[in-house]
Write a protein that binds this ligand. Structure first.
Ligand code: SF4
Length: 197
Protein backbone atom coordinates (compact mmCIF):
# COMPACT_ATOMS: atom_id res chain seq x y z
CA UNK A 1 0.00 0.00 0.00
CA UNK A 2 1.79 3.12 -1.24
CA UNK A 3 1.32 6.09 1.16
CA UNK A 4 -0.51 9.08 -0.29
CA UNK A 5 1.35 12.41 -0.41
CA UNK A 6 0.38 14.72 2.45
CA UNK A 7 -2.33 17.12 1.33
CA UNK A 8 -3.19 20.35 3.11
CA UNK A 9 -6.64 20.48 4.72
CA UNK A 10 -6.94 24.15 3.61
CA UNK A 11 -6.49 23.22 -0.04
CA UNK A 12 -9.24 20.59 0.24
CA UNK A 13 -11.79 22.72 2.13
CA UNK A 14 -13.56 24.38 -0.86
CA UNK A 15 -13.93 21.01 -2.57
CA UNK A 16 -15.33 19.36 0.53
CA UNK A 17 -17.84 22.22 0.78
CA UNK A 18 -19.07 21.21 -2.67
CA UNK A 19 -18.98 17.52 -1.81
CA UNK A 20 -21.38 17.92 1.13
CA UNK A 21 -24.40 19.07 -0.95
CA UNK A 22 -23.59 16.39 -3.53
CA UNK A 23 -23.65 13.70 -0.83
CA UNK A 24 -26.90 15.22 0.51
CA UNK A 25 -28.41 14.97 -2.99
CA UNK A 26 -27.39 11.29 -3.19
CA UNK A 27 -28.94 10.60 0.21
CA UNK A 28 -32.19 12.36 -0.72
CA UNK A 29 -32.53 10.52 -4.04
CA UNK A 30 -31.74 7.18 -2.38
CA UNK A 31 -34.32 7.80 0.34
CA UNK A 32 -36.93 8.90 -2.22
CA UNK A 33 -36.53 5.73 -4.32
CA UNK A 34 -36.12 3.37 -1.33
CA UNK A 35 -39.25 4.95 0.17
CA UNK A 36 -41.24 4.27 -3.00
CA UNK A 37 -40.20 0.62 -2.83
CA UNK A 38 -40.91 0.53 0.91
CA UNK A 39 -37.34 -0.71 1.46
CA UNK A 40 -35.64 -0.15 4.80
CA UNK A 41 -32.09 -1.21 5.57
CA UNK A 42 -32.26 -2.89 8.94
CA UNK A 43 -28.82 -4.53 8.98
CA UNK A 44 -28.94 -8.02 7.47
CA UNK A 45 -26.72 -11.11 7.65
CA UNK A 46 -25.14 -10.12 4.33
CA UNK A 47 -24.29 -6.71 5.77
CA UNK A 48 -22.64 -4.33 3.29
CA UNK A 49 -20.47 -3.01 6.15
CA UNK A 50 -18.80 -6.45 5.88
CA UNK A 51 -18.24 -6.15 2.14
CA UNK A 52 -14.78 -5.24 0.91
CA UNK A 53 -15.57 -2.10 -1.06
CA UNK A 54 -12.73 -0.12 -2.62
CA UNK A 55 -12.85 3.66 -2.78
CA UNK A 56 -11.08 5.62 -5.47
CA UNK A 57 -11.35 9.32 -4.79
CA UNK A 58 -9.28 11.78 -2.85
CA UNK A 59 -12.55 13.51 -2.03
CA UNK A 60 -13.84 10.52 -0.07
CA UNK A 61 -10.44 10.03 1.57
CA UNK A 62 -10.16 13.64 2.75
CA UNK A 63 -13.82 13.86 3.81
CA UNK A 64 -13.63 10.67 5.86
CA UNK A 65 -10.35 11.94 7.32
CA UNK A 66 -12.11 15.16 8.33
CA UNK A 67 -14.77 13.13 10.16
CA UNK A 68 -12.11 10.98 11.78
CA UNK A 69 -10.38 14.05 13.20
CA UNK A 70 -13.64 15.03 14.93
CA UNK A 71 -13.53 11.87 17.08
CA UNK A 72 -11.89 11.67 20.47
CA UNK A 73 -8.34 10.40 20.76
CA UNK A 74 -9.64 7.23 22.44
CA UNK A 75 -12.10 6.54 19.61
CA UNK A 76 -9.44 7.19 16.98
CA UNK A 77 -7.10 4.78 18.75
CA UNK A 78 -9.73 2.03 18.95
CA UNK A 79 -10.75 2.44 15.32
CA UNK A 80 -7.14 2.50 14.12
CA UNK A 81 -6.46 -0.73 16.02
CA UNK A 82 -9.53 -2.34 14.39
CA UNK A 83 -8.43 -1.08 10.97
CA UNK A 84 -4.96 -2.60 11.47
CA UNK A 85 -6.54 -5.95 12.35
CA UNK A 86 -8.87 -5.84 9.31
CA UNK A 87 -5.98 -5.10 6.95
CA UNK A 88 -3.85 -7.85 8.52
CA UNK A 89 -6.61 -10.47 8.29
CA UNK A 90 -7.56 -9.41 4.74
CA UNK A 91 -3.96 -9.70 3.55
CA UNK A 92 -3.61 -13.13 5.18
CA UNK A 93 -6.86 -14.32 3.54
CA UNK A 94 -5.70 -12.98 0.15
CA UNK A 95 -2.38 -14.80 0.50
CA UNK A 96 -4.30 -18.07 1.01
CA UNK A 97 -6.82 -17.28 -1.73
CA UNK A 98 -9.62 -17.28 0.85
CA UNK A 99 -12.71 -15.08 0.87
CA UNK A 100 -13.27 -13.34 4.16
CA UNK A 101 -15.95 -10.99 5.42
CA UNK A 102 -14.89 -8.57 8.13
CA UNK A 103 -16.69 -5.66 9.74
CA UNK A 104 -15.63 -2.23 8.55
CA UNK A 105 -13.62 -0.73 11.43
CA UNK A 106 -16.05 2.22 11.52
CA UNK A 107 -18.99 -0.05 12.31
CA UNK A 108 -19.59 -0.11 16.04
CA UNK A 109 -22.40 -2.41 17.23
CA UNK A 110 -24.20 -2.15 13.88
CA UNK A 111 -23.88 1.64 13.53
CA UNK A 112 -21.47 3.65 11.37
CA UNK A 113 -19.42 5.88 13.67
CA UNK A 114 -18.83 8.35 10.82
CA UNK A 115 -22.21 8.04 9.08
CA UNK A 116 -22.34 11.68 7.82
CA UNK A 117 -18.85 11.26 6.35
CA UNK A 118 -19.27 7.78 4.84
CA UNK A 119 -18.04 7.17 1.26
CA UNK A 120 -20.23 7.25 -1.83
CA UNK A 121 -20.91 3.51 -2.22
CA UNK A 122 -22.11 3.32 1.40
CA UNK A 123 -24.79 5.86 0.36
CA UNK A 124 -25.86 4.22 -2.91
CA UNK A 125 -25.66 0.48 -2.28
CA UNK A 126 -28.77 -1.63 -1.75
CA UNK A 127 -31.42 -0.60 -4.28
CA UNK A 128 -31.42 -1.44 -8.04
CA UNK A 129 -29.75 1.28 -10.10
CA UNK A 130 -28.62 2.22 -13.56
CA UNK A 131 -25.46 3.76 -14.95
CA UNK A 132 -25.28 5.33 -18.41
CA UNK A 133 -22.18 5.74 -20.58
CA UNK A 134 -22.09 7.53 -23.95
CA UNK A 135 -23.04 5.31 -26.89
CA UNK A 136 -23.74 2.32 -24.64
CA UNK A 137 -26.98 0.86 -23.31
CA UNK A 138 -27.58 1.67 -19.62
CA UNK A 139 -25.95 -0.80 -17.24
CA UNK A 140 -28.44 -1.97 -14.66
CA UNK A 141 -27.30 -3.18 -11.25
CA UNK A 142 -29.48 -5.30 -8.96
CA UNK A 143 -30.39 -4.47 -5.39
CA UNK A 144 -28.83 -6.31 -2.46
CA UNK A 145 -30.18 -9.64 -1.19
CA UNK A 146 -32.08 -7.92 1.62
CA UNK A 147 -33.75 -5.63 -0.92
CA UNK A 148 -34.95 -8.64 -2.94
CA UNK A 149 -36.10 -10.33 0.27
CA UNK A 150 -38.17 -7.28 1.25
CA UNK A 151 -39.34 -6.02 -2.13
CA UNK A 152 -39.28 -9.09 -4.39
CA UNK A 153 -38.86 -8.76 -8.13
CA UNK A 154 -41.37 -5.96 -8.71
CA UNK A 155 -41.12 -3.15 -11.26
CA UNK A 156 -37.87 -1.18 -11.37
CA UNK A 157 -38.08 2.37 -10.03
CA UNK A 158 -35.51 4.49 -11.78
CA UNK A 159 -32.41 5.22 -9.70
CA UNK A 160 -29.78 6.70 -11.98
CA UNK A 161 -26.31 6.98 -10.46
CA UNK A 162 -24.90 8.64 -13.62
CA UNK A 163 -25.28 12.33 -12.63
CA UNK A 164 -23.78 11.61 -9.19
CA UNK A 165 -20.78 9.78 -10.64
CA UNK A 166 -20.27 12.55 -13.21
CA UNK A 167 -20.33 15.31 -10.58
CA UNK A 168 -17.98 13.31 -8.32
CA UNK A 169 -15.56 12.79 -11.22
CA UNK A 170 -15.55 16.49 -12.13
CA UNK A 171 -15.01 17.58 -8.53
CA UNK A 172 -12.30 14.97 -8.07
CA UNK A 173 -10.48 16.25 -11.17
CA UNK A 174 -10.58 19.81 -9.80
CA UNK A 175 -9.31 18.76 -6.38
CA UNK A 176 -6.48 16.70 -7.82
CA UNK A 177 -5.44 19.58 -10.04
CA UNK A 178 -5.48 21.99 -7.09
CA UNK A 179 -3.35 19.77 -4.84
CA UNK A 180 -1.16 18.30 -7.60
CA UNK A 181 -2.05 14.67 -6.95
CA UNK A 182 -2.21 12.14 -9.77
CA UNK A 183 -1.81 8.95 -7.70
CA UNK A 184 -4.36 6.23 -8.38
CA UNK A 185 -6.40 5.33 -5.33
CA UNK A 186 -7.85 1.95 -4.49
CA UNK A 187 -8.37 1.75 -0.76
CA UNK A 188 -10.78 0.12 1.64
CA UNK A 189 -12.01 2.16 4.59
CA UNK A 190 -9.58 0.21 6.83
CA UNK A 191 -6.67 1.08 4.54
CA UNK A 192 -7.74 4.73 4.42
CA UNK A 193 -7.80 4.94 8.22
CA UNK A 194 -4.25 3.61 8.44
CA UNK A 195 -3.17 6.42 6.10
CA UNK A 196 -4.93 9.28 7.88
CA UNK A 197 -2.51 11.97 9.08
S1 SF4 B 1 -17.97 3.61 6.33
FE1 SF4 B 1 -19.76 3.30 7.63
S2 SF4 B 1 -21.47 2.76 6.24
FE2 SF4 B 1 -19.52 2.47 5.11
S3 SF4 B 1 -18.95 0.31 5.41
FE3 SF4 B 1 -17.93 1.48 7.04
S4 SF4 B 1 -19.36 1.40 8.79
FE4 SF4 B 1 -20.51 0.81 6.94
Amino acid sequence: MKPLPSISADACRPFLSELEPLFDAMDREYERVAGRYGFTCTGCADNCCQTRFYHHTLLEFTYLSKGFRSLSETERGQITARAGEVVKQSEAADAWGDTIRLWCPLNDAGKCVLYPYRPMICRLHGIPHELRRPAQPPRVGPGCDDFHGQCGQGAYIRFDRTPFYARMAALERQLRQAVGCSDRLKLTVAEMILQFP
